[in-house]
Ligand binder design. Structure first.
Ligand code: SAH
Ligand code: SF4
Length: 455
């Protein structure tokens, strides 16, 4: 979502004469778009700011000022404190106010021109405005992109005990159906063929449609699939509690909806799921997976895990490994629990020592990596539809994505970026597949679905 937000910030600043640059040292303005989800991510912001401070000082000596802005969830969480701790920062803005960037930049320039102590000059905007930023953003300009993100939902009301998102992104909010369809149309007009619908809990989507009725994600996916030019749809991140029948049906009925789903479970222990306030148990998760696979037998799953949540015992952790073995994931992200200020879990007793977290993370990642490699190996010999996204490193080579989001390298002269082709997979490397063209793509990557992963 930060990638999406950054692209939109660039769009809103374009009329002011700003364009994305490669080297922060030479930039008139640098915006750090930050993530607060784990401690490491927040720490990085200050080390990055330290570097920018030097670049800003050097440029000031040369008479060319640099505006430094910090956006995103660290900015939201720290607010004023950030301006105090790093007084050379000009603008601190939250994830819900970036439509006001032009105004903030103007204010920062005025303050920079004027007198006053440096720590009084910072512009701060970390409000949760009543009107949505999406009502104020310009048209999409993802020129030449084949695949694009589209935020349809933001924020979260679930309050998992480890998580800062409800505090930094704010309350759950769904954009209206007509608005997101219009954004999709702009993207498709610019050549986009694959849309990834985004939300912190994207399947909690309940936007109002043209008739004033609430539409769920299942319905919305059908609406996107009906748009001329949309070949592929993905969505992320979904919550197991919000997988409803209509969404499961969409996985069965909508060919453009790719058979790859990110469905985080965090832990395989009922006790820990309860302490996390996830609102479901292991049996419910497995049941949801079974119903999804019944609708779409070739569905591949990816997941998020947290190890070392407060109170997690060896047995709880073993239960997580069991769940991984039972479900079988194509890939997954796994993290050591990171205590976040202001969240209920931060104050829980029995915090798990760092070395235990390290050891559990290594064991979990070894198992997940084994499953990922096995999945890639299983695709060798199959024919998959590949959407080409960019030229490869070698002349005459294109790199694309399989329906399961695997990178696929193909030598071809008759296809170009944006095409979908049928590719027979010949071999796999640790992070990519190689194949050769056997026909043009149908945009309906389903024909070999019966061979897919059994649970
Ligand atoms: N809404 C999604 C997740 C969004 S946060 C869901 O509920 O599944 C993305 C991932 O970051 C989470 O799935 C979780 O695995 C991880 N995460 C969030 N807070 C964390 C914390 N305090 N420590 C470690 N990992 C965390
Ligand atoms: Fe965070 Fe996801 Fe839980 Fe919301 S549902 S609080 S975003 S982990």
């Amino acid at each position: 979502m930060n990638v999406y937000d950054s692209a939109r910030m660039a769009e809103i600043l374009a009329p002011l004469g700003y364009a994305p640059g490669d080297d922060p040292e030479d930039a008139d303005m640098v915006i750090l778009n930050t993530c607060h989800i784990r401690e490491k991510a927040s720490d990085k912001v200050y080390s990055e700011l330290g570097r920018l401070r030097k670049a800003k000082a050097r440029r000031a000596e040369e008479g060319s000022p640099m505006v430094i802005a910090v956006a995103g969830c660290v900015a939201q969480a720290e607010g004023e404190e950030m301006l105090r701790r790093a007084p050379y920062v000009d603008i601190v803005l939250g994830p819900q106010t970036y439509h006001r960037l032009p105004e903030m930049v103007a204010r920062a320039h005025r303050a920079g021109d004027g007198a006053g102590a440096p720590d009084q000059r910072g512009v701060l905007d970390t409000e949760f405005p009543a009107d949505s930023k999406f009502d104020h953003l310009p048209d999409r300009q993802d020129a030449n992109a084949v695949s694009a993100f589209l935020s349809i939902q933001e924020g979260c009301d679930k309050f998992c005990t480890f998580c800062v998102v409800p505090y930094t992104r704010g309350a759950e909010f769904s954009r209206p159906v007509a608005q997101v369809l219009e954004e999709a149309r702009q993207l498709v007009d610019g050549g986009v063929r694959e849309l990834t619908l985004l939300g912190q809990n994207v399947n909690a989507y309940h936007g109002v449609d043209e008739a004033g009725q609430e539409a769920g994600l299942g319905t919305l996916v059908e609406r996107f699939a009906a748009l001329e030019g949309v070949a592929r749809i993905r969505y992320t991140t979904s919550h197991p509690r919000d997988v409803d029948d209509a969404l499961i049906a969409a996985h069965g009925n909508v060919d453009a909806l790719m058979p790859f789903l990110h469905l985080p479970v965090q832990s395989g222990s009922d006790r820990i799921l309860e302490a996390m306030n996830r609102g479901h148990d292991v049996a419910q998760y497995l049941d949801t997976v079974a119903r999804l696979r019944a609708a779409r037998p070739d569905l591949a799953l990816s997941c998020d895990f947290i190890v070392g949540f407060p109170g997690e015992s060896d047995a709880d952790f073993e239960a997580t490994l069991d769940l991984v073995r039972t479900v079988g994931f194509t890939m997954a992200y796994s993290f050591k629990y990171s205590s976040r200020p202001g969240t209920p879990a931060a104050g829980m007793p029995r915090q798990v020592p760092e070395d235990v977290k390290d050891e559990r993370l290594a064991r979990l990642q070894a198992l997940l990596e084994e499953q990922r490699q096995a999945f890639n190996a299983e695709t060798v010999g199959r024919t998959l539809d590949v959407l080409f996204e960019r030229p490869g490193r070698h002349p005459g080579q294109l790199v694309g994505r399989s329906p399961y989001n695997q990178a696929v390298h193909v030598a071809t002269t008759e296809h170009q970026v944006g095409d979908i082709a049928k590719v027979a997979i010949d071999s796999c490397k640790p992070h990519s597949l190689e194949g050769h063209i056997v026909g043009s793509g149908s945009a309906q990557p389903r024909e070999d679905s019966e061979e897919r992963l059994s649970a």
